[in-house]
Design a protein around this ligand. Sequence first.
Ligand SMILES: [Zn+2]
Ligand SMILES: [Zn+2]
Length: 254
Amino acid sequence: MQLHFIGTGSIFTNRMSASALIDDKILIDTPNGSVKAMRRSGIDPGIVDVCLITHFHADHFFDIIFLLMEQGLTRKRDGELVLAGPTGLAGRIEQLFELSYPGVWATVKPNVSPRFVEFGEKGGQWSGHGYRVRALPVQHTTPIALGYAITDGAGVTLGYTGDTVMCPSVETLAGAGKALVIDTSFRTSKAGHMGLDDVEALADRHSALTLVPTHLGDDVTGSDRANIVFPADGQTFTVDDRGARPAERSAATG
Ligand SMILES: [Zn+2]
Ligand SMILES: [Zn+2]
């Protein structure tokens, strides 16, 4: 499994806001600036077949408008675009278009053939395009916030927490595979986010797990734990049954 970080930062940093692309197919979150960042990395936003939204905060969601316009304003998708996220996703997208580009959704919608998958406060599951996706409820400052466990056809599972404090679903995600992308906004937990101390405690409890911190604040710069690997914006990792490690991004992208 290939894990490409489009962004790795929290709001008030120079890093792009946190989002990731799996196997040039599954996009997790569409934060401010993420679609431009994809283009800058040489990635055509049209390749995304599945978009998973963790929650509706702007630094995770607002570029959904640009992803949809990329895919459906001047071109037409071949097949459906799966849009998965918290309950209310379809309505939120309609509202965003109404606020920003009134009338445009009516043009874009038939061209992207959206298939909405909405998860409530208990989470849920979805399978398609060769992947199994499990949505788990995490604890943040929105009514519904989701973490995801994504399993490919070879059985490799990647966890992604989204914004959260330490909670049972984070433990579940830590046990689901050998790699977990994890909210590490602060040195210690605050404002609905994990602290590096939480992440290091998790790393100590799960020694065979690679933890990849994201949504990084400026004061979170490193860790002495061998199984915590910090990513950079635009960096690609390889994920397999041994964990996650930086990889050279293949030239096949596009
Ligand atoms: Zn948030
Ligand atoms: Zn956030």
